[in-house]
Structure formats: C-alpha cells, structure tokens
Ligand binder design. Structure first.
Ligand code: PFF
Length: 468
C-alpha cells in the first residue's frame, strides 16, 4: 500500500477481498469468540450486531470517503479537513503500533500450533503429549519460547512490508480468505456431529444461553467490549480504511462496500463462534475460557478427530497465520508509511527499509512485556492499572479499542457530520452516478446515532472500570 502504488486494486472484487483480508484476522477468530464467551453469549451477539450496523457500516463509509476524497494517509487526510483535526489522524497512527505489540504475539502462538500439528502429522510429538488446556498453559508460561515465535512472525511481516510486496498478500487473500471460510465450515460441520454440541447453539442464539455463561452479565461492560471489538474487527477508528479509501477507484461504490465488508467480517466472526462454542460444550467446558479459548478448544477438537485432525489442525493454523499476517502487515504499513511521510515533511527523508526496521523494533519492544506477562501470570499483571483491567493484552486493548478508536470514530463523525456537512461525503459517495445505499441512514447516523452510541461506549468504559 505504498504511495506510488495508489489505485492498484484490480477491481471491485480485488478491493473487497483486500479490505476483508485486513478486516478478517485474529479479531474474528480469537477475539470475538472469547469476548462473546466472557460476556453472556447471545446478548453480546445482539449488542455487537447493533454496533456493526449503526457504527461499523457508518464509520466504514465515512473513512473510505475521507480517504478517497483527500487521497491521503490518515494524518494528512484529517489535516486537509482542517489543520486542527490533525490529532485525530495521530490517534490512527498510535493505535496500529500498540495493537501490533500483542497481535504479533498471538500470530506467534498460531505459528507454534502450526508447528505442533506439523510434527504430529509426521508422527512426532508436537505438543509434549499434552491436551489443549495443559499445553496452552505450559507454552504461555515460557516467555522465551513465546518471544521466539513472535520474533519469527515480526521478521517475516517486516520483510514483506519492507519489500513493499503487499501485492502478493492481496493475491493471497483471493485464495486464503475463501480457504479460511471453507475450513471453518468443515470444522463447524464436524462440530455438529459431536454429542452436546447443540448447547453451543443455544448459548449463541437464544436467551437461555445466558444461564450457561458461567459469569454474570454486565450490560455496560458488554457494550464497551462489543463496540471495541467491532471497531477492531472491522479495522475502524485507526486510519486503515482511510488508507484503503485513498487507493480506491473513483468508480467504486463506497456505500455498498461499507455494508458488504462489515457483513463479511461479522459472518467470519459468527462462523468462528460456531467453530468454537459447540466444541466447548461438547468437551464439557465453559465458554468463559478467556484469551486462550481459540487455542485450547480447537486443539482438543482437532485431536479428537484422530490423525486427519492433525492435517486439518495444521491447515487451520496456517490459515489463521495468513489471516493474521495479512492484517498485521496493514497495521505495520500504516505505521511505517506515516513515519516515512512525517520525516519527509521535516526534510529528513528516511528509506522505506529503515522506516520498517524502526517500526518493527518498536513493535518488538512493545511485544516483550506481553510475552513476559504470560497472559496474566507475570509480574506486570500485578501493576495497579493492569490488574484492574485484566492482563497486559487486555490493557493494550483497553487503551486502543476501548478509548482511542471510539474517540477517533466520534470525532470523525462530528467533524464530517456537523462541520463539513453531509454534502461533503455524499458528493464523494455519489461519484460516477453511484447511489448511496441508505442515504438517510448515513445522514442520521453520522450526525446523531453513531456519536451518541460511541459516547455511551466511553461512558460504559468509565463505569465498568469503576466497577459499576
Ligand atoms: N481487523 C483485524 C482483526 O480483526 O484481526 C485487526 C486489524 C488488522 C486491525 C489490520 C487493523 C488493521 F489495520
């Protein structure tokens, strides 16, 4: 996604798949199921869907319109709306850097699991003879091993971004994203054959599920978690879709894409839920397993399939890696591109390779405390602020998807909706005779519904932090 590569999407499908490739990642496969599991199941799903429609679709359309209209990366795009709005673009640059700090660790976990299933496939001992829960606990408690797989991940992604070969990843998305959906379907179908699996469906899709949750439902907490998760999952509130918009063909229908991409992303998240919750109940577990849910449950599912499970497990984690890598390189690209742009503006040009190296090192430094924290087992989780929020991953999450991303979304809506007025983005969305899908919906939401809901989310965050 370099400046010089602007407008290089091969067409409508190419654009949608690239945007879906960035959106579908560990947020869907790992984040959504564990957050749904920790927040009541069905009611969380409903709250999530409300946020997807009234905030996700709206902010997606808005960001793409800002990007395409200004043709710039986030900080410069916001500055061209008014120099005093530049700081909104800054929020967009900080978020990807912080997120990459834990995202790379999680992809590293998937690298370890891929390696484990590969060893099992050839008759080796990939998981030290342990089951899902034991292995995950043992692995995450060894920071040096976790760090090793994180370094492998970061080095790989750094090389891709430094080489500017994101085009290759776009091509990969055309095969990898459909491939991931197909494997998810295989796992879901297999799950349905397991005794007790229907409880997973009850948990996900009926109000009876609340009683099965194992934790108390807190409405305010569920709202802030669902909203943050939605922004994270759809890659919103951090400049990614502004950047994507700036590469978008003027003939493309922005509003249509603003519906299609969140719909595809949400489908992937629900499918991940269907791949996990029936298996959780079939294995006699509880859905509130926390951050390890994806790894523990599916590890046991694949093991229960016999030797074919090793092949499916291997393929599944390979696709998780690719879903994660295609997302991580867009995070790293935005951060590096900004570093290149800002240095150039200061008259101190920096080469792409050096910029990526600096960014990769910053992300690596941010990932070290995550590895040492051992998902709550380390000393960092005893720190006053961190212990109140959960573990260190939760803390990184809290500041990005909890505060900075909703704040950026609110500010973008207010600036465009109230200061610039609807004509500003409608003109862009209606280019080449395109019709706005839901014109009145966008108008009302940008001005009122989205900022109000997002403000409510920030208030919910404050209330849940205070334990209310
Ligand atoms: N949307 C990605 C996910 O759900 O995993 C996370 C992400 C990727 C956010 C890339 C932002 C981004 F640029």
């Amino acid at each position: 996604m370099e400046e010089k590569n602007r407008g290089n999407f091969s067409g409508s499908l190419g654009f949608i798949l690239s945007a879906v490739g960035s959106a579908v990642g560990l947020g869907n496969l790992w984040g959504f199921p564990y957050k749904m599991g920790a927040n009541g199941g069905f009611p969380f799903l409903i709250i999530y869907l409300v946020f997807v429609i009234f905030c996700g679709v709206v902010v997606m359309g808005l960001e793409m319109a800002i990007g395409r209209k200004t043709g710039k990366s986030p900080v410069l795009a916001m500055a061209s709306l008014g120099s005093k709005y530049k700081f909104v673009g800054w929020l967009s640059v900080l978020c990807p850097i912080i997120i990459s700090g834990f995202y790379s660790v999680l992809i590293g976990y998937s690298v370890r699991y891929t390696w484990g299933f590969l060893l099992e496939m050839v008759g080796g001992n990939g998981f030290d003879g342990m089951g899902g829960g034991d292995f995950f606990g043992a692995y995450t408690a060894e920071p040096m091993q976790v760090l090793l797989f994180t370094v492998i991940t970061l080095a790989f992604c750094g090389l891709i971004v430094a080489g500017g070969i994101s085009g290759g990843i776009e091509k990969f998305n055309k095969v990898g994203i459909p491939g991931l959906f197909v494997l998810l379907i295989v796992i879901i179908v297999y799950n349905f054959t397991l005794p007790g699996a229907s409880q997973g469906l009850t948990y996900m899709f009926t109000s009876k599920g609340m009683a099965m949750a194992g934790t108390e439902f807190n409405f305010f907490n569920a709202c802030r978690v669902a909203a943050g998760q939605m922004l994270f999952s759809c890659s919103l509130g951090m400049g990614i879709m502004i950047t994507f918009g700036s590469y978008m063909d003027p003939k493309e229908n922005i509003s249509k894409n603003a519906w299609v991409i969140p719909a595809a992303d949400t489908t992937a998240a629900i499918m991940a839920g269907l791949a996990i919750f029936p298996a959780v109940f079939a294995q006699g577990g509880t859905p509130n397993g926390g951050v390890g849910l994806l790894f523990i449950t599916l590890h046991d599912t694949f093991t229960s399939m016999g030797s074919i499970g090793n092949v499916i497990g291997f393929l599944f984690y390979v696709l998780v890696i690719f879903a994660g890598v295609s997302s991580l390189i867009s995070l790293m690209e935005v951060a590096s591109a900004h570093f290149i742009d800002s240095n150039e503006a200061k008259g101190k040009p920096v080469s792409r390779k050096n910029a990526v190296l600096v960014m990769t090192l910053i992300i690596f430094v941010l990932s070290i405390p995550i590895c040492l924290d051992m998902l709550g087992g380390g000393a960092t989780s005893q720190l006053p602020l961190v212990s109140k929020i959960g573990c260190l991953v939760d803390t990184y999450d809290f500041f990005t998807e909890g505060i900075m991303m909703p704040l950026a979304a609110i500010l973008m809506c207010l600036i465009v909706g109230w200061v610039k007025g609807p004509q500003w983005y409608e003109e862009e969305m209606e280019k080449h005779g395109n019709k706005i899908v839901g014109k009145a919906f966008f108008r009302i939401s940008i001005k009122y519904i989205t900022p109000i809901l997002m403000t409510f989310v920030l208030i919910s965050l404050a209330l849940s932090y205070l334990g209310i």
